[in-house]
Ligand binder design. Sequence first.
Ligand code: ATP
Length: 247
Amino acid sequence: DSKNIVLNVNGIEVIYNHVILVLKGVSLSVPEGGIVALLGGNGAGKTTTLRAISNLLQGERGEVTKGAITLRGERIDNLTPAELVQRGVVQVMEGRHCFAHLTIEENLLTGAYTRKNKGEIAANLDKVYTYFPRLKTRRHSQAAYTSGGEQQMCAIGRALMTQPSVVLLDEPSMGLAPQIVEEVFHIVKDLNEKEKVTFLLAEQNTHMALQYADYGYIMESGRVVMDGPAADLANNEDVKEFYLGMG
Ligand code: ATP
């Protein structure tokens, strides 16, 4: 039922530096209120796919040369990242990207810089703190002195300060201890269920992602090679052998 699709990517190609074809016709859809995982190894094209959606390829000398991206049926391919944020689509980049010199709270507030209603912003901040109690404890600490997990939470929290409907989350598990990865995914699930935030997340940690996602797409060399409900993928023999290390 395509009417519940919030984000649709249809046959996109991405070329870097005018010559290197990196995405070779990628299609995927994300249902309203879903958690969709983009899986695959290093260099498969997950980050490029997210950047194509959030129009962050330019800085990387990349461009979408074919295909279409729609949000609730409307083309969004030519919107700037800021316009996308206004429509509720925000990306949390790989590697966390907090402002090192700002405190956790200042970082969170940068997510609300275009908003004016102080009361709403304060309420939003409180809400972020209810989901991320660690951030509340650390709110006056400079981001540079917080842990990797806290910085990842801060990056997600800052995205939430834009009041998004769709969050693109790039490798939330990167560089984090398993227990912290679990904590981050748990909060993502909570936000999905209680705040109805839709997530498209790129992950190399197939095992963890399939535990929390509803649906998954597996990428290899710039193509989607398999997709299905998360439970089916987790039980698929090829997936077990190649991505879950249980072959
Ligand atoms: P990772 O988990 O390492 O981020 P990925 O699945 O997200 O992997 P991408 O980062 O999208 O993969 O990279 C896909 C391919 O595009 C790789 O072959 C990579 O070398 C290439 N690539 C990425 N960025 C650029 C760039 N700015 N210029 C040229 N090639 C690039």
